[in-house]
Write a protein that binds this ligand. Sequence first.
Ligand code: PMP
Length: 418
Amino acid sequence: MTEEQDHGRRKATHGSRIDAYVDRYAARATGMVASEIRALFAVASRPEVVSLAGGMPYVTALPLDTVGELVADLVAQRGTVALQYGSGQGDPHLREQICEVMRLEGIEAGADDVVVTVGSQQALDLITRIFIDPGDVVLAEGPSYVGALGTFAAYQASVVHVTMDDQGLVPEALAETIESVERSGRRIKFLYTVPSFQNPAGVTLSPARRSQVMEVCRRADVLVVEDNPYGLLGFDGDPMRALRADDPDGVVYLGSFSKTLAPGFRVGWALAPHAVRDKLVLAMESAVLSHSSFAQLAVGQYLATQPWEEQIKSFRELYRERRDAMLGSLEALMPPGCAWTRPAGGFFVWMTLPERLDSKAILPRAVAERVAFVPGTGFYADGSGARNMRLSYCYPEPDRIREGVRRLAGVVQQELRL
Ligand code: PMP
């Protein structure tokens, strides 16, 4: 094609939905498709709609004036550092502080093994980048976090789901899945798991299962990627012991300040065995040179000067009240045949509809009734999940949650009558 033709083609398609570049993208770009959640955001953010769809933390509960003062002080006192490039591995002092945070989950680690990332989402991207060749297998819970599935698809991984029940991953199913993938001659690169208050299912891997899952992975020599953004947001008792706490060499642990502080800072991290850590730093540098010094120092300053554990405690209370509002309304209003999980922390309830209902087909009618949720299929790489939906209770206030569930129950009842 000549330059004029190319220019003409671009002009012709400008403003239309036809993609003039469709035959030029790299093969990996075919896996990059908008998630169902993304398409929903526009609708769900209309004020009259009760959104049980998004997973946005309730940052309104933060002491915003204090954060403002802290940021102003940071620029006044350490502006030349905060506004400069930083190291690819991340600010050394923040990495020390991150080790303190991880100690709450039984992890003993040195700052040298931590890499600060742009949210844990970037850590997921970097891990996938350094481990996955097209066609390599990633094992993941079914259902699994939609953002991770998007990353795996972008690197052309083949995701194989492992059965999960209300105690989390089923160790026997994991062992069988590993065996059958290996028998088929494909290569498993890692198990991706969200063991605590999983997104989207809201379930938590029980302590007994934790050691069984780790044992299965050790025996089969499968690396574990433990994604744990909700670990400190449990509603009962102390935080669970992280998988990484008992196996420093077999686990890459991903953490984040998005849910315990605020996602707008975009500060997360990976804790990895030394060799993997080195690769992560190189991948990080090639992606973004260095993370925002400003964001890292602001988070560091927050941790150093504010009662951050108290803040997490108050988030826990806030989300517990919302979880209770959702579970109470589901119990009172959903018709027989519906089932749902009972999360002990985090943001999400996973609902299963009666036999012949399809959550994606119901969604437009739910939106017409001014309530939104995320259909289940987006959380599987294999098209499962038609009868499921994710309901989040993190953002709307309790009365709105109750109203949202009331509207949704009405829609489900209507569907059952059709
Ligand atoms: N992992 C899981 C399981 C999540 O739910 C999220 C956010 N929704 C992320 C990772 C990414 O979080 P962030 O990049 O904000 O740290």
